[in-house]
Design a protein around this ligand. Sequence first.
Ligand SMILES: [Zn+2]
Length: 106
Amino acid sequence: MSDTIEKTMTLQEWFNEMAAPEYKAELLSAEEICAKFAWLIDRPVCCGQLVEVRNFIGASYHAECKICGKWMHDVSVQFGNAWVQFLPEHVDDNTPKRWIYSYGAK
Ligand SMILES: [Zn+2]
């Protein structure tokens, strides 16, 4: 079992170290970002249409409006075209504050 591994780093600390400079930010909860965007958390609508939401094993990790470009992303889930990268086991991701966002291309 791996449940004895000590959580020595918060998700925010880990993100501060690994994130590219343009993405560094305070992590927020999905609710906080949806409030900024005026999106409904259960059924986000933006620019008159449903926002595209991507899920992994039942949990959303990315939402994006294809029209205005607003997006939000769970930093604990990193996807490439053919891979998933999980968090190192010493990172404590037991927090709702795990999302970054952008208002889209400026
Ligand atoms: Zn939009």
